[in-house]
Design a protein around this ligand. Sequence first.
Ligand SMILES: [Zn+2]
Length: 317
Amino acid sequence: MEENYPNNYEIKFKDNIDERSLDIVKRYWSFDGAEFKERPGQISKDFGWTHNKLIPVLRENSAVLISSTCLHCEMSFATQVYSQNEFLSLLKDSFLCPSCDLLLQEKKEDFRIKEAQRIKEQLNLQLENAVNKRLWEQFNLAENVLLLKLIESNELKIDFEKLKKPRFKEEKELLERFTDQGLIFCFKKPNSSNYSFKFSNRLKHNIEKHISKLKKETSKKIPKDWSRISFKLLRNKTRKDKNTPLFSGTVEFKQDIVIKAGTKCLYGVWSREDENQWLTITPVSDIIVAKNKTIEYEAEPIRTILKRFLNNQDFIE
Ligand SMILES: [Zn+2]
């Protein structure tokens, strides 16, 4: 038994189909050229069935063939469909015969592979370019250390939603700058919430070298031991009472002076003829290793050396 639709759709019923099945199949496949008149849910409901019971009845008693002409080779061919959804989606698609469709899929796959390869090569070029141009050099020591940690970890759980919050602004911007410069490429791992980093194989070694160079430069910038601070204490000529200082003035040093915690210093104040005073502060380690707190409590030989040092006129100015 056959029923032809005005278009190229054909519904075939099983021979000797019983009346109830025929009714079901006709209702299910009743198509007005744009949509099906009934949804399977309604038909199942009318029979008090579940959807699962309806499908076998349809399959056993009917087959729907859509006849088409291939848009590519113009060959006629028929496609069998089993459900309203399959039917509708096939109508929406352009029709291609199975062999042309296979050819198109192969072409698409071929294009997809080539495109993936092109993107990969472009990315590698970008990552190599960052190394050739030594782009990490525009980042400071702390930023380079962070970059090294990122690429050493190779993988990181990054919550980009969290990074949008203002308090993570700096971290977010830094990550973006690394990416913008092509130093790293951050991508989401398939089937994981983690992100991985892609970078040039030459990057790690170069950053390590740069970090150690920056560290050396930084340590050079901190002046090493200073040997003596000395300057004149100018008498405060406008002093009115004991609440104003005896000596006051400004002093400017010619070099950085860093007094490390725990550095014991010897200080001395000398009277000068013009009523000014002269102050010196000298790290004890520059004179002798001494542990006592004041000169009078130092052991005799050290006390002598320290006093001699303080009394040495060449030492002043
Ligand atoms: Zn074809």
